[in-house]
Design a protein around this ligand. Structure first.
Ligand code: BGC
Length: 766
């Protein structure tokens, strides 16, 4: 891939519709969703996809920048921390005789917003005018640098098509969030403190304006405002280049002002074209590691690239103290809080395509272990119970109440009861270790997460006279049912958590006895306690009935009213709004994949045909009231050989953020659903499963897909996989790494760099 070095090259989008998301026109009612969909991010800086210029600061859809970890707590009772907006560094107004130029009347279609997925940047192209005296074609580029995460770049090119007039361009950096209090403001540099969380943020910026190839000094400037005035003429070309360097940290520990100035110096020395070039090279690397190619289905291809774009932009392998929020850095919904979404829906992608990012995300959980220990202790249990909603410290940040659709106050019990999060994190730790063989991580961090979460479950699951251990009063992934007993998802994941912790005890004892000795001493872990863990794992209630082959989602679920959801097929609001929360609770209606999620994550817990039986039972009862749900169903449907049904789940998941038919996209993209898109392809259609010493593949791709290609990293190796429909074949090449074993449709094959694999796969058998 080539990188752009000239301004018009930089402003020209990739010439391939499968790498482009483009929308024309302007509709204030759609600005919210566009802001999310067209957002750019590098895992540190996230900038919503606004238009290039604004009439004023209160303009609908004005740009908004979020900075990972920049949480603050409003000054009110029971306040919970949320990400606050950083100053808007992209503000630009262009005026003729004091009146703003506007997008040309009646020419809404001329306004284009283009997300260039390949290059990881936002382009706009629009025509502006003022009373028809001045006509300008304005093109812009925004990027959040993937190679230098502190750096953001804005390029604007104006080509005057008509009119000689006095033009003023005002560029500023404007604070919109009242939580930011100025500490220091000087020419091109601002340092702010958050009101109550003790964070500091700095932004250093430099701007140049060039008219017909000549740099022009600002006519006036104040510390964070610049203004240029000149006379336009047809054919004139004016370019504005603005670079910003952003740094953030905890007051007292960092010198963000100094660091921002240092980062800006680096970018200044590079110049904007090298900043663009380095950013594009970094994206090229990410695409090399993570691209998925589908032949024969352009819509699926675009949806996948859109998902991969947002996923790659969400992580920052260099920061172990932040994780990915439910809307990543693309919007304000859920206030930047981190859920199980990260470990269950995102970690698989990062573990297998970007292990360094996966490691940093898991280290965030390691660094927030104390918060999880405190939560367990506060509720009367041992070990670590992670926050259902986590911000910067690991303390629980789930609100206690929200306003329901009927405007009544609704109690939110998830913060206390949705405890499967601890087992989900343990699952991700184990998967990461299995897939990477990163023993250092397991020894120094992962093991402690596993021990403390296993300890939590062993204190949480109580033995009862029936000989089983029970976990009472929880919420499973299906949040329509609260305060339930023995949620099978929670309990089976908890059992897996305990078993994997015990496996790691054995491994540490054998491999790193000294480290085991000090960890066991620090956590006061005795053999007697490990024995108790074993008993809990052996006796925990799973809800599995060997006679029917079904897991009962929780105790009593099968006795609830059985409602035929297909009767509500045309509804435009969630089912709990149609029926009301109370009636929903009395029904066998599932908000999102619950037993189905268990089947997706731990298929070995479903012997024989019980996977198909459980899917057959639960899929029709699922209302998909969460964006997380469809993808889990897609993974399972594809594995079960229901390929076309899986494709339908894939398409419906793709529509969540790409089509304006989902109510909640204004608050940011649904990053878990985007992770689910990748999972459907890799774990579903390709049928990948991870094992301690090999990988298995059971491919079956939809009839509309001529071929599917993707890459994977596994234990220091890089594999390329191609599945082709016409020949019903699977081709695997090993680009990097030692020979390995692959099991395809149950047959064992050896794979090495010298010996790629080409096998006929029977698409009709599993
Ligand atoms: C879902 C949760 C999810 C959260 C954030 C909720 O609506 O039910 O499973 O973690 O959204 O995405």
């Amino acid at each position: 891939m080539t990188v752009a070095t000239t301004l018009s090259g930089a402003l020209t989008p990739t010439d391939d519709c499968e790498w482009i998301i483009e929308e024309a026109g302007y509709d204030p009612l759609r600005e919210g969703s566009r802001g999310s969909r067209f957002a750019i991010s590098n895992g540190f800086l996230g900038v919503r996809g606004a238009r290039a210029i604004h009439r004023g600061g209160r303009w609908v859809g004005a740009s908004r920048t979020l900075v990972a970890g920049l949480f603050d707590t409003a000054d009110e009772e029971h306040a919970i921390p949320g990400l606050i907006a950083a100053p808007n560094w992209l503000q630009v107004r262009i005026l003729r005789d004091g009146v703003p130029l506007t997008h040309r009347e009646g020419d809404g279609k001329s306004q284009h917003r283009i997300l260039d997925l390949r290059r990881g940047l936002l382009l706009t192209d629009a025509r502006l005018s003022n009373a028809d005296v001045v006509w300008v074609r304005l093109r812009s580029l925004h990027l959040a640098s993937l190679s230098h995460r502190a750096i953001g770049l804005q390029l604007i090119q104006m080509e005057f098509e008509r009119g000689e007039a006095e033009i003023t361009l005002n560029a500023s950096l404007e604070v919109s969030d009242t939580s930011l209090l100025p500490e220091r403001v000087e020419q091109g540099l601002g340092v702010w403190n958050t009101t109550s969380s003790g964070k500091r943020l700095a932004m250093a910026t430099t701007l140049t304006l060039r008219i017909d190839g000549v740099d022009i000094d600002p006519t006036s400037s104040s510390p964070l405002q610049w203004s240029w005035r000149w006379t336009s003429h047809p054919g004139q070309v004016v370019c504005l280049a603005r670079t910003v360097a952003v740094t953030c940290g905890v007051a007292g520990e960092v010198h963000p002002g100094q660091d921002a100035v240092g980062a800006l110096d680096v970018a200044r020395k590079l110049g904007w074209s090298d900043v663009v070039a380095a950013h594009e090279t970094a994206w090229t690397k990410r695409w090399h590691c993570s691209d998925v190619e589908i032949e024969g289905d352009a819509a699926a291809q675009r949806a996948l690239r859109f998902a991969l774009y947002h996923l790659n932009g969400a992580a920052n392998p260099d920061d172990e103290h932040v994780s990915i929020a439910a809307r990543a850095l693309t919007g304000d919904d859920y206030r930047g809080h981190v859920f199980w979404d990260t470990e269950i829906y995102l970690l698989p992608f990062f573990t297998l395509t970007w292990p360094l990012a996966a490691r940093a995300l898991l280290m965030y959980r390691f660094h927030t272990l104390d918060g999880a220990r405190a939560k367990a202790a506060e509720l009367g249990w041992r070990g670590a119970l992670y926050a259902w909603e986590s911000a910067d410290t690991g303390a629980e940040t789930c609100p206690l109440h929200v306003i329901g659709p009927d405007r009544k106050l609704v109690e939110v019990k998830c913060g206390r009861q949705e405890q499967h999060i601890s087992a989900d994190i343990a699952y991700a730790v184990w998967q990461y270790w299995q897939a990477t063989g990163d023993d250092g991580f397991m020894r120094d961090a992962g093991a402690e997460i596993l021990m403390e979460t296993a300890r939590f479950w062993s204190s949480r699951a109580r033995p009862e006279p029936d000989g089983h251990c029970h976990v009472r009063s929880v919420i499973g992934p299906d949040e329509y049912h609260e305060s339930i007993d023995d949620n099978s998802f929670t309990n089976v994941m908890a059992r897996c958590n305990i078993r994997r912790a015990l496996d790691v005890v054995e491994w540490l004892r054998a491999r790193w006895p000294e480290q085991w000795g000090s960890l066991a001493a620090r956590l006061a872990l005795s053999d007697a306690e490990l024995g108790q863990w074993r008993t809990v794992a052996e006796t925990i209630m799973t809800g599995f009935d060997p006679k029917t082959g079904l897991f009962e989602q929780f105790a009593g679920f099968f006795s609830l009213d059985d409602v035929d959801l297909s009767r509500y097929a045309g509804r435009s609001v969630p089912i709990d709004v149609v029926l009301g929360p109370e009636q929903t609770r009395q029904c066998q209606i599932v908000k999102q994949a619950d037993v189905v999620a268990l089947l997706a994550l731990l298929p070995d817990e479903f012997p024989g045909d019980t996977g198909a039986k459980n899917f057959g039972y639960y899929a029709p009862r699922c209302a998909h009231g969460s964006s997380l749900s469809l993808a889990m169903h897609g993974v399972v449907a594809a594995r079960l050989g229901e390929t076309e049904a899986a494709l339908d789940y894939f398409r419906r998941t793709s529509a969540i953020d790409l089509e304006d038919n989902h109510a909640a996209i204004d608050g940011g993209v649904h990053i878990a659903a985007l992770g689910g898109i990748w999972s459907m392809v890799v774990f579903g259609f390709a049928g990948l499963a991870l094992h301690a010493d090999h990988l298995t593949l059971n491919p079956r791709i939809p009839a509309a897909w001529q071929s599917l290609r993707f890459g994977l990293q596994w234990r220091g190796r890089y594999l390329k996989i191609k599945i082709e429909h016409a020949t019903a074949s699977l081709e695997v090449t090993l680009d990097v790494g030692e020979p390995m074993t692959l099991v395809v449709n149950g047959k064992v094959f050896a794979l090495s760099r010298e010996q790629p694999l080409w096998v006929l796969t029977n698409f009709s058998s599993r």
